[in-house]
Structures are given as C-alpha cells and as structure tokens.
Write a protein that binds this ligand. Sequence first.
Ligand SMILES: Nc1ncnc2c1ncn2[C@@H]1O[C@H](COP(=O)(O)OP(=O)(O)OP(=O)(O)O)[C@@H](O)[C@H]1O
Ligand SMILES: [Mg+2]
Length: 435
Amino acid sequence: MGVISRLFRSQSSNAAEILFERNARQRSLQEPRVAPVLPASEVFTPSQPKSGRRQVVGRDAECARILQALQEDRANVVLYSERGRGKTSLSNMVVEALRRSNVIVARHTCEAGSNFTSILRGLMQDLPVSLLAAPRRFDQCEGCEAALPDRELRPNDTLTLPDALACRSLVCVIDEFDRVEDRNTRTRLADAIKQLSDRDVDFRFFIVGVSEDLDQILGQHPSIQRSVLGVHLPLFTDRDVAKLISKGGRESGFEFPSSVIARVAALARGMPYIAQLLGLRLVQAARARGGTVVSEEDFHAAVNRLLSDANPRVVDMYSALTQRGTDLEMMLSLRRIATAPQDAWGRLHVAVSLDGGAVVGGRQIPPASWSELLAVSVLQATDRDAGLFVFAQRALMHHVLLMAAQEAAHHVTDNGQISPVANVARRLPMVAPRT
Ligand SMILES: Nc1ncnc2c1ncn2[C@@H]1O[C@H](COP(=O)(O)OP(=O)(O)OP(=O)(O)O)[C@@H](O)[C@H]1O
Ligand SMILES: [Mg+2]
C-alpha cells in the first residue's frame, strides 16, 4: 500500500472514529441514562443505617437545623427518638456535610459499659494520628489517643484537645448514648459541655440516643440548657415513605404500583425501619413469583412474612391482651387506636370520657379496654394535661396493623361469613395520612 493511500486510510478511519464518538455522545445525551440495577438487599436495608446523602430520603430540614446549630450557633446537639426512626442515618448525613466543609469529626458508639473516659478515648482513637499537633508519647496509643492524659479523664481534659490536635474545629459524635449505664458519665459530659461553652472553644458534641425525652439522655443540667439544642426526630411523612419505596423500586429494578405504596405507608405509619423491611419483603416476594411489578399477592406474602418473623414478646403481648384473639372488643379497640391520627412524633390525642372510656382521635374506646391498656402500659401519657399518649411499644402497634392487614386479606371465615373483626376493620380507614 502506498504512503498516500495509507495516510488516506488512517485519516478516513480517524474521521470515522471522531464521527462515531460524536454520534455516540449525542446519543448518550438524548437517551435516558439507565442506572445499574442494585441487589434488593443493598437498596432496602432494614437492619442497617443509611450512610450518606444519596442513600437517604427526606430529613433535609433536620440536617440543616443540626448543621446550623453545630457550625453557626456554636451549640451542642442532642438527637433523640424511639428506636429505628433514623437517628444514625441522619447523623451520617450530618457527618458527611461537616466533613465536606472541612470540619474534623470523631465518632464513637457507646456500649452498656462505656464511661466518660472510654468515650473520650474512643473518640480520639477515631481520628488519624496525623492530626496530633505534637509527636506521640506512647507507641501503643491508637489514632489521636495521645492527645489525652494517661489517667482517668475529667471534664476539663476536653479544654486542651483543640490545641493538642492540629484542627480548627472539632465535632465529636457519640451514638447510642442511652446505652451507657454509668450515671457519672452524664454529669461529666454535661460539665465538659459547660466548660467548653464558657471558654468558647471550637469543639462541640453531637449526642445521639434512644429516648422520648431530652432530659433522659443527658439528665437535668440547667447550666447547659443554652448551649444544647435538643432535636426530637419526627417520624417520616407518608410522602417520605412513598419516596423511599419508589426510589428503592427504581434502584432495584421493581415497579411499585401506587395502591401498594399506599398500603406500605399505612403499615409503616412513618417508621423508616418498617418501610425498609416491607420494601425488601415485597421485592423478594415479586422476585420469587418471577415478576417485576409488585402485586397485591406480594403484599399479602410480605405481611405474612413479617407476622411470622414477629418478635415473640410482641406476639405474646398481643395474644394476652386479646385473650388469644377471642376478646373482640379489645381487638377492635387496639385497631382503632393503631389507626387513629397521630402527630409527627407518633402522639395520639386522647379525651377521657365520663364513663372511664376514651376517645382516641375521634374513635370510641370502651372503659374496660381503655383501663386495661393503661394498666398494662400499652399506652403511656407523654403529656397527660394535653391528653397526649403514645404506644409504649410501637412494635405492638405495627403488629396490630399487620394482623388487620392479614385479616382483611382472609376476611371470610370457615362458614363463609365475613368475620366481625374484619368487617369493622374494613370500614375503618387503614390510616390517617400524614403529609
Ligand atoms: N432518611 C432515611 N432514608 C431512608 N431510610 C432510612 C432513613 N432513615 C432511616 N432509614 C432506615 O430506617 C432504619 C433505621 O434507621 P437507623 O438505624 O438510622 O435508625 P436509628 O434511629 O439510629 O435506630 P436505633 O435507635 O436502633 O439506633 C434503617 O433500615 C435505615 O436504613
Ligand atoms: Mg442508631
């Protein structure tokens, strides 16, 4: 082949490649991008917190409020709620945002045996040794542990930490703080917060724990009220639950019809953990059937699965309350309460009636049922004067809803009659939507 024709060939193949690439680029701009399908267990994660902005649904307002408190208001934050409402997932979002703005973050998760010294050491161990301002004193120290004295720690040991570390601002995240049994730890941490706030040291605590009440987490310390922001994490709205399910469907390659999403929202009642668990079981049921569109049949399979996996303690509690499913009045009372309108924190508005019964969200509860539910602490007053009550065990509320959903699917009794409970349950709205 002559030089000219070789040159021509290579030029024309270059031109063809350029044309092909340009066309491909145009095509990729025009065609919708197909995201890779992820395994359902990576998308719906009932047993794991979410680990960053892209994985979570909602929580923007709470995240912004916590960031503002930590960064602008120079306040410490206590994030609290019942179990499984999304505290660790939200704290992961906050940590991600803090790190993006170059704030140094140390994290520690407490255990029952943790105390003030072990928590501070755990936090410093979480930081890279390169942050130490001075060379390490002991080789056996982990991370930045050498920034702390080698003895039992006191609240004022926190004051020198920012100097011992080469960082402008430090946020220490302490998760599962409710698990700490040592009472002194609460007082010491409160003292440390007080001393840090008085000296205006750029060092904050972000404490996370299970509680319905701020005082239960840190104890009552009037001296630190001004320097601590308490954030009581609300439940998801039904719209958040719907987003969680549709997002998970898109990511795992399954379609959730709106009727199924509405049922999931009714059962989850704002609880992200239940939404994740139902999402996973629904996708598994559809996959077992060989379908990619989740059906009513899958919904019933998922409900049955959740009921068969239910915590035996909750099953026993339900069985004892309803006399093994024979106390119709109690079953209906539980269903009325479990489907009554709730506020953002799961609180129910209760008006006690003259006969000793109650009206919960407009639904009548007979005196015998109401007094028993209080006596065995199924319902607890969070503010008796305002008539606000919560389910002490929200798992029991979910069990009641799951039983109602199962009953609605099999509402015909052996003799062909509609069972009385199902009959009433079908007339009750499954949920009062919260948007
Ligand atoms: N914003 C969110 N978006 C999507 N899923 C979430 C969100 N928040 C929580 N979840 C899911 O809810 C469940 C509980 O979340 P998480 O572990 O964060 O709650 P928690 O309040 O820290 O629980 P615990 O009290 O047991 O520590 C997990 O399955 C998690 O994936
Ligand atoms: Mg948690």
